[in-house]
Design a protein around this ligand. Structure first.
Ligand code: ZN
Length: 393
């Protein structure tokens, strides 16, 4: 079935003006300013009414199985349901394991990633987790990336954190080389997605690894770079070296030594650092703990995919231009993950689109040509949320 979206102010991320899109087979078949060029007999026509149409968000760091587990077994976070992604405009995710890669493993992560695919979401995952040696499916990081379809890299491997394995430089280098070579063989991302903790060592191990080896900087992909202001400055320098660095969109209190995601992105762009080497992820489903000096949890919150549209809204409220901030949520993420047909409104790409209303809120979400949210109403729910929704009605 063909569908035509008319009168959309398209940000591809760049501003293409008012365009019309023809969609079929889950893909964008054409984008044109000439409505005649996209017209098709028997097509379903949806008038976007001049509203802004953007690529769906690609969330490169999500605990799809639920993360947590750092304050006893009852603190294991449950799996994240489909609609918490789609209602937030997230059309693709990359699942990760974190601190708890013991009661959770790559098998469970693969299963949940495939479940989200069956429900219509774009979904991939990393092998491994916080620790060394990394938890894997096949016994080898390289084989997991090469042979397992959804696996595109390794992470989140923890550095400078009391929950890490305290990996050495050489351990990091061996894992990074496996990721790099597997990426070459498979055409996948081939990155080490690095969790950065609050430790004073910051990105020191990554700098050492780059100085000592022939590995390209793109292999090292640190996240949570805005959790400390000094770490953010280190990450800026690393972006100049060639790494893509990732901001986490978690809540930040006024007295935290951290930058909120919107502030961090603006600081990054204002610094003049390469605009294609910055991304934003949600840490959805992960627990956001506060520890005391003994490494015990004093507070815990759960990351939400909804933090991404909230960050975009804050950026626009601060006067940022949509086409300047959008790449961090879309194109840049697709680039570092080597998802070549996502993250951009372009002929041939997967039809993952989001429509923003006049309040900068999300009103429509299409994934691979299927409407998941239409006129602000959720159209599709995940397997078990459908049951709980029906029970509530
Ligand atoms: Zn993390």
């Amino acid at each position: 079935m063909l569908e035509v979206l008319t009168n959309a102010r398209v940000f591809a991320p760049e501003d293409l003006g008012v365009c019309h899109l023809r969609i079929g087979g889950g893909r964008i078949l054409s984008v044109s300013q000439d409505s005649e060029a996209v017209s098709a007999p028997h097509a379903i026509v949806t008038d976007i009414g001049g509203r802004r149409l953007i690529p769906g968000f690609i969330d490169g760091h999500v605990h799809v199985t639920g993360g947590g587990g750092e304050a006893g077994f009852k603190s294991r976070v449950p799996p994240v349901p489909l609609s918490s992604f789609t209602s937030a405009g997230v059309t693709s995710v990359v699942g990760v394991l974190g601190t708890d890669d013991t009661t959770r493993d790559t098998r469970g992560l693969l299963a949940q990633t495939r479940a989200l695919r069956e429900e219509g979401l774009g979904a991939w995952c990393h092998t491994g987790g916080y620790h060394v040696p990394p938890v894997t499916f096949t016994g080898s990081v390289r084989d997991d990336i090469v042979y397992l379809d959804p696996v595109i890299g390794i992470g989140e491997l923890a550095l400078s954190d009391h929950r890490s394995s305290q990996p050495t430089r050489d351990e990091l280098l061996r894992i990074a080389s496996d990721a790099h070579v597997a990426g070459m063989i498979s055409g996948k991302a081939g990155i080490v997605h690095l969790h950065l903790g609050d430790g004073e060592r910051g990105l020191d191990l990554v700098r050492q690894a780059l100085a000592l080896s022939e590995l390209p900087a793109r292999v090292f992909n640190p996240t949570h770079i805005n959790r400390q202001k000094a770490l953010f400055d280190e990450a800026l320098a690393l972006a100049w070296e060639g790494s893509t660095v990732d901001i986490t969109a978690y809540p930040v209190a006024d007295d935290d030594d951290a930058w909120p995601a919107d502030v961090a992105l603006l600081k990054y762009l204002e610094s003049g650092a390469p605009t294609d080497r910055i991304t934003i992820s949600s840490d959805g489903g992960g627990c956001l703990p506060v520890f005391n000096e003994q490494g015990e949890i004093t507070e815990m919150d759960i990351g939400q995919a909804a933090s991404l549209p909230l960050t975009l809204k804050n950026l626009l409220a601060a006067g940022a231009a949509l086409e300047q901030v959008l790449p961090a949520f879309t194109t840049n993420v697709a680039n570092i993950l080597r998802l070549h047909d996502r993250g951009r409104i372009k002929t041939g790409n997967v039809a993952d689109v989001v429509v923003l209303d006049d309040n900068d809120d999300i009103c429509d979400v299409m994934i691979a040509g299927i409407w998941h949210v239409k006129d602000g109403r959720q159209q599709i729910f995940g397997q078990f949320e459908e049951q709980s929704r029906a029970a509530a009605e």
